[in-house]
Design a protein around this ligand. Structure first.
Ligand SMILES: NC(=O)c1ccc[n+]([C@@H]2O[C@H](COP(=O)([O-])OP(=O)(O)OC[C@H]3O[C@@H](n4cnc5c(N)ncnc54)[C@H](OP(=O)(O)O)[C@@H]3O)[C@@H](O)[C@H]2O)c1
Length: 243
C-alpha cells in the first residue's frame, strides 16, 4: 500500500503511538503534518522522518487543552496545504487512579480538555480542509475506556469521561458527515504495547494470540480502513480484552 497521494495530520506525534503512526505513514509516502504539545517534540519526530528520506513532513506545536493553540495549528496547516485527507485525533492525556479523590481539579480539567474538548475543536477546525479532499477520513484513538459499562482499566474517572466524550462525538459525527463522504473511524483498543518503529523490537515484538495488542496491529487497522473503497464506511474497531 502506498499513500503518496495522502496528506495526513497526526496530533500528539512527539512520542509513543502518534510518533509511530506518523513515521509509518511517512514511510508509505504520505505527506505528514504532525503536532506535539511542544514544537521541540514535534520537530524531533519530523527530523526522524526526514532522516528516513521523506521530505514531505511538517511539524507544529499544538496544545489540545488550548483552543487558541488549536486554531493557530490549523491556520499554519492551511498555509501548508489546501486540503487534508486524513485527520488522526491521537492526543489525549492519560490519567490514572481508581479513586475520584486522588487527583487534583487541575488534572481533571486537563484530562477532559485534551481528550474531549481538544478532539472536538481539532475536528471542527480541520473540517473545512477535510471537505476539500476527495477521500476524507477522521480517525480517533479512543479506548476500551470509552465503551459504555467498561470498568477494567485503572484509568481515572476523568479519563473514562474524556474517552466517553470522544465516543459520543464520533458516533454522531459519523452519521452526520456520511452524506458528505467523510468517514469517521474510531479505534477502541485495550492497553497495547507501544513499540518504537525505529528500534529492532518493531520487528520482533511478540504478536501471538496470547500477547498484548501492539501499536503495529493498530496501525495496520488504520491502514486497512483508509485503504477501503469509498463505499466502505468502517465506523469502529473493537478488540477482545487480553487473556
Ligand atoms: N497506550 C495504550 O495502552 C492505549 C490504550 C487505549 C487507547 N489509547 C489511546 O491511544 C492514543 C495514543 O496512545 P499513547 O499510548 O501514545 O498515549 P500516551 O503514551 O499516554 O501519550 C499521550 C500523547 O498525548 C499527548 N498529549 C497529552 N496531553 C496533551 C495536550 N494537552 N496537548 C497535546 N498533546 C497532548 C502527549 O504529549 P506529551 O508528550 O507532550 O505529554 C502524548 O504524545 C491516546 O489517545 C490514548 O488515550 C492508548
Amino acid at each position: 500500500m502506498r499513500l503518496d497521494d495522502h496528506t495526513v495530520v497526526v496530533t500528539a506525534a512527539g512520542r509513543d503511538f502518534g510518533r509511530a503512526l506518523a513515521i509509518r505513514l511517512a514511510d508509505l509516502g504520505a505527506q505528514v503534518i504532525l503536532s506535539a504539545r511542544t514544537l521541540k517534540a514535534a520537530e524531533r519526530t519530523r527530523d526522524e522522518i526526514h532522516d528516513r528520506g521523506n521530505p514531505r513532513v511538517h511539524a507544529f506545536a499544538c496544545d489540545l487543552t488550548d483552543p487558541a493553540s488549536i486554531t493557530h495549528f490549523v491556520q499554519q496547516v492551511a498555509k501548508t496545504t489546501d486540503h487534508i485527507d486524513v485527520l488522526v485525533n491521537n492526543g489525549a492525556r492519560w490519567l490514572q487512579g481508581e479513586d475520584l479523590l486522588t487527583v487534583s481539579d487541575a488534572d481533571i480539567i486537563d484530562t477532559l480538555a485534551s481528550g474531549a474538548t481538544g478532539t472536538i475543536l481539532a475536528t471542527k477546525n480541520f473540517l473545512p480542509l477535510l471537505l476539500r479532499s476527495d477521500k476524507p477520513d477522521i480517525i480517533t484513538m479512543i479506548s476500551t475506556a470509552g465503551l459504555a459499562g467498561h470498568s477494567r482499566s485503572n484509568a481515572h474517572d476523568a479519563f473514562y469521561s474524556a474517552k466517553n466524550a470522544q465516543a459520543g462525538f464520533t458516533e454522531i459525527l459519523s452519521k452526520r458527515l456520511r452524506p458528505q463522504g467523510v468517514r469517521v473511524i474510531s479505534l477502541y483498543p485495550p492497553d497495547f504495547n507501544n513499540a518504537d518503529p525505529l528500534a529492532p523490537d518493531w520487528h520482533t515484538t511478540p504478536r501471538g494470540p496470547t500477547d498484548p495488542l501492539t501499536s503495529q496491529s493498530l496501525i495496520e487497522c488504520i491502514l486497512f480502513a483508509i485503504g477501503q473503497p469509498r463505499d466502505c464506511f468502517i465506523k469502529s474497531f473493537h478488540f477482545e480484552e487480553p487473556v
